[in-house]
Write a protein that binds this ligand. Sequence first.
Ligand SMILES: Cc1cc2nc3c(=O)[nH]c(=O)nc-3n(C[C@H](O)[C@H](O)[C@H](O)COP(=O)(O)OP(=O)(O)OC[C@H]3O[C@@H](n4cnc5c(N)ncnc54)[C@H](O)[C@@H]3O)c2cc1C
Length: 583
Amino acid sequence: MTETTGVTRTGVTETTGATEATRGTGSGGGTVARPVILTVDDDPGVSRAVARDLRRRYGENWRILRAESGEDALEALRQVRLRGEQVAVMVADYKMPGMSGIQFLERAMDVFPFAKRVLLTAYADTEAAIAAINVVDLDQYVLKPWDPPEEKLYPVLDDLLSAWKRQERKVIPAAKLIGHRWSARSAQLREFLARSRVPYVWYASDSPEGERLLAAAGTDGRQLPVLITDQAEVLIDPSPGELAAKVGLATIPDREFYDLVVIGGGPAGLGAGVYGASEGLKTVVVEKNVFGGQAGQSSRIENYLGFPDGVSGGDLTHRARLQAVKFQAEMVLTRHVTRLDLDGLTRTVVFDDGTSVSARSVILATGVIYRQLPAVGCDALTDRGVYYGATLSQATDCAGCDVYVVGGANSAGQAAVNLAQKAGAKTVTMLVRAPDLTQSMSYYLIEQISAIDNIIVRPCTEVVETAGEGHLERITLRDMKTGATETVDCGQLFVFIGAEPRTDWLGDAVARDSRGFILTGPDLAAQHLEGWPLERPPYHLETSVPGVFVAGDVRAESAKRVASAVGEGAMAVMLVHRYLEQL
Ligand SMILES: Cc1cc2nc3c(=O)[nH]c(=O)nc-3n(C[C@H](O)[C@H](O)[C@H](O)COP(=O)(O)OP(=O)(O)OC[C@H]3O[C@@H](n4cnc5c(N)ncnc54)[C@H](O)[C@@H]3O)c2cc1C
């Protein structure tokens, strides 16, 4: 094995422990290029030392590039991308003149969004590194000096590289979705694809490329949206179910009878799926939309155990879904449950198309959904500029725009930070009914928001009207102290005003409280238990029907947190076992 080292015209040095022959071109050379680990440090000594240590351990399978300024490193990234190659990890020194490590990583994210980001810092700069976690979605920071690398550098890199490998990098040909920018159907499908992690590229139907694709697909564009799959199949205005089936996601349960049916694929349902299947129960999780639930819409969950740097809700729930599949839980989406039938010891879950699946036990994990904004004209503009939640697919349209967020709780705060920093909104105005954020938002988030220049908080303000031709164009705001109203231009309004359970479909099947939350165990009063057939009282998470359990936000008096939902999912499975043993 020869070692070659050379300075390229970008001022970037390539250090490699592999021969030219294995390096490959990635574009017709017949060999696949090794993914890159890039380091940037303005101190040549440190820069060489990092590259040397990286090369020693990773040089054989990864290509190590080193640069001595942010500009050089960015240029190198662009060249790597032009060659169609991949960057797995970027390690940047925090303190560099000209462009700091954080600034570099922020710009590098545009070129290689999936590359893992590491900041190299001195001990004294640890706080800045922690602050950068939010700015650039930092994956890790490493303290200088990192000796011995076996203890302080390699374990970090090993973890990141294996996470990057798991990440299904997007060399996969992507599906193409063509639609009208302000169409609610387009918004729903974009959200569905994004949250299901199906790679796709979005084209506005009136853009030159959109028109070209529609013509190539043989459609006149009158019926939109149109999906062209990576196999070049054309689907015109598909339902989420058709779309899911076409991109290889399961929409029909394999069996007719299970030990356990879990309804809802949020954290509670995913927790129940993982624990049910891993403990030997034939388990199916049915979800009406996509997996992830509310948590899937959270840009960064900071309080989930084991993730000191936070984790995006999408990532967390995606991993949970993979974990459930690993244990052979069946994960079925786009199936809306509309009825629960009880027949002796059989519990039957009926879907909206009349088909059904039966089991010996059921866990209800249907969570809550956003409350609708009570403003004039709002219903007609939902998904046409008025959005409940703020997911990546909607946020991508916000660059350079003045957008509004309604609500003053953590979910609204996280969305505002995300829109201001990642989606590139020009300004984000938070409309809050309360006099300030302290009553409803965590202290750390209030601090974060006050440090971001393009977030404006408007207290004592409510939205009374939304208007626009076909899509949102204006909103009318009312000052709750003076009653004065003001109409402002607004193309995107993201609403986070609390949530409520949607449990009407259960009818009288199980006892619920006056707000619709499901009662369990000690919360069930005598009148709820008139038909209770067993001598023992209901278990802690058991409803007024034996063998039907509840986990997560939909349970009366639940904590409304990701960790508690996951925990209840696991605990409900333990109680299912206890119930089944007694049958
Ligand atoms: C934007 C945002 C940010 C948040 N941030 C945090 C945070 O930082 N930390 C934290 O601890 N908590 C956070 N939360 C709260 C947390 O996400 C919830 O407590 C958690 O998701 C509850 O999980 P769950 O599984 O009980 O319900 P949900 O997450 O609501 O999931 C329920 C699932 O059931 C499905 N479903 C509903 N009805 C049916 C039906 N009839 N048939 C089939 N499927 C059905 C839904 O589509 C949904 O996917 C946040 C919430 C939001 C909205």
